[in-house]
Write a protein that binds this ligand. Structure first.
Ligand code: GLP
Length: 262
């Protein structure tokens, strides 16, 4: 696992955006670059920087196909807290991606099991995901794979924990009851099947999750720890998120990254 520690949130986002743009630009034009994407506050700076790079002609999304991680069950697209709405207003409306290249689970589908199976099949039809960017919750949840979700899980219906509904209630008038109780989410196995995984971890509130992901054992309690089994996982984080790492671990990753820049 590679852990890239940046001074602050802005630098973390700039680093991640450049990494993604470089990957897209290096990709053969024969087939689309398949990019997995998250919602949340963590990726906002990455989306803003990628949109800037797109406008500046530094990267194009014309040959990129995207798959989002998750969506609340029961929220229509037009709801301002649906992840569909989030993605279009914060990213897709600002880049040159063809509309038909965007894939987001449908929270209003009649048959959630069929919706999730079709999503997995659609990912497979592109030969899998080239790079999955993600964020994590304070309890280490990846997409909506809460603690104790199987580390081999596939796309399916997830029940949100009370803690996650409380954390996400900041977007629902601070009322956890207004946060949908269930969501559709890619599985941990769906994410770790991707050729590369890039996870953003920012701020003090994520410090325990970062330490568990990097220093803890592989455990379904911290679903993000499954990244340790991935051959090409990167965590991009900021200094504030490093508060629970041991000094040795922190120094080790800074040391290794100096080598990456040589
Ligand atoms: C939600 C999403 C996750 C996201 C997490 C953290 O629960 N389902 O995919 O990673 O929130 O969000 P934030 O980046 O706002 O802390």
């Amino acid at each position: 696992m590679r852990v890239v520690i940046q001074d602050n949130y802005q630098k973390m986002c700039a680093w991640a955006a450049k990494y993604i743009a470089d990957r897209i630009n290096a990709h053969s034009q024969d087939r689309p670059f398949v990019l997995g994407l998250p919602t949340g506050s963590s990726p906002l700076g990455v989306y803003a920087e990628l949109a800037r790079m797109n406008k500046a002609g530094e990267v194009s999304f014309k040959n990129v196909v995207t798959f989002n991680m998750d969506e609340y069950l029961g929220l229509p697209r037009e709801h301002d807290q649906s992840y569909w709405y989030f993605m279009w207003s914060n990213f897709f409306d600002h880049i040159d991606i063809p509309k038909e290249n965007v894939n987001i689970l449908n929270g209003m589908c009649e048959d959630p099991e069929a919706e999730c199976a079709a999503y997995e099949a659609r990912i497979a039809s592109y030969g899998g995901i080239d790079l999955f960017m993600g964020g994590i919750g304070v309890d280490g949840h990846l997409a909506f794979n809460e603690p104790f979700t199987s580390l081999t899980s596939r796309t399916g219906v997830r029940v949100l924990t009370g803690d996650t509904r409380i954390v996400n209630s900041r977007f629902f008038g601070n009322d956890p009851e207004k946060v949908p109780a269930r969501a559709l989410s890619v599985g941990i196995g769906t994410v770790t099947d991707s050729k590369e995984v890039l996870i953003l971890i920012s701020g003090h509130s994520k410090a325990r999750a970062l330490a568990a992901s990097v220093e803890g054992g592989i455990s379904q309690k911290w679903t993000c720890s499954a990244l340790q089994l991935h051959p090409a996982a990167i965590i991009a984080c900021d200094e504030d998120a490093c508060g629970e790492l041991t000094v040795d671990t922190y120094k080790y990753f800074l040391d290794i990254e100096k080598g990456e820049r040589l």
